[in-house]
Design a protein around this ligand. Structure first.
Ligand SMILES: N[C@@H](CCC(=O)N[C@@H](CS)C(=O)NCC(=O)O)C(=O)O
Length: 214
């Protein structure tokens, strides 16, 4: 058995943050497929009792430890490996600030928008999609400005803040109905820089469950 197990599925950008980190630090890890889309497994009482009371992926298992929330998993892996770790108190707090902004405003809204537009049956109500799209545009604008004069979120070095913010941003534009990398130039350039890191892989190549059954 691998040293780390990650409960995940290919369409989850929340899980991708953890899977990408594991790959970038060259950890010995294996995915455990959670069928959210066809079977809603994280919503079952069994999953909540045995895997994660919050009813979510990702969950990282490391020996007797079972961690959820991608920001917690990224922090744990960075502290253990010494890689992608913010340096000092100011950087640590700044990374946390961007991880919370990402979870709440950027990928938090983008994940719900994509799910309602592309996967939900029936799709989400147009008013809900319009509400989320406005939040996404606002958050992407803020983040694009942040990256205008920096290579990475905290400056010249990639950290866990970057690995959180990439969450959903490599998925195909057709799934969103707009092209983030093309519309936001600084984000587009930053995505290319992260993609060039040794160990980078696309979410559909890193986690099980792609393509979806017809
Ligand atoms: N803030 C959490 C979000 C996790 C999350 O929402 N995961 C989704 C999959 S992408 C989930 O498990 N949803 C279950 C549900 O909606 O019932 C994190 O960063 O780990």
């Amino acid at each position: 058995m691998a040293e780390f197990q990650l409960y995940c599925f290919a369409q989850s950008g929340n899980a991708y943050r953890a899977a990408l980190m594991l790959n970038l630090i060259d950890a010995d890890w294996q995915p455990i497929f959670v069928d959210f889309i066809a079977k809603g497994v994280p919503r079952t009482a069994e999953y909540r009792a045995n895997v994660n009371e919050m009813g979510e992926v990702p969950v990282l298992v490391h020996g007797a430890k079972k961690l959820s929330q991608s920001g917690v998993i990224l922090t744990y892996l960075a502290e253990r490996s010494g890689q992608f770790l913010p340096h000092g108190d100011d950087e640590r707090l700044e990374a946390l600030r961007w991880i919370i902004f990402d979870n709440h405003k950027l990928n938090g809204s983008l994940a719900s928008f994509r799910y309602l537009r592309w996967l939900a049956k029936p799709p989400g109500h147009p008013a809900v999609l319009a509400f989320l799209k406005a939040r996404i545009d606002n958050a992407l604008g803020i983040f694009d400005k942040r990256l205008a004069d920096r290579a990475y979120v905290l400056g010249s070095r990639p950290t866990i803040a970057d690995l959180s913010l990439v969450g959903y941003l490599y998925y195909p534009p057709e799934e969103f109905g707009f092209d983030i990398a093309a519309d936001y130039k600084s984000i587009g350039a930053w995505l290319q820089r992260i993609k060039a890191l040794p160990g980078w892989a696309h979410p559909y190549d890193l986690m099980p469950g792609h393509p979806l059954p017809q």
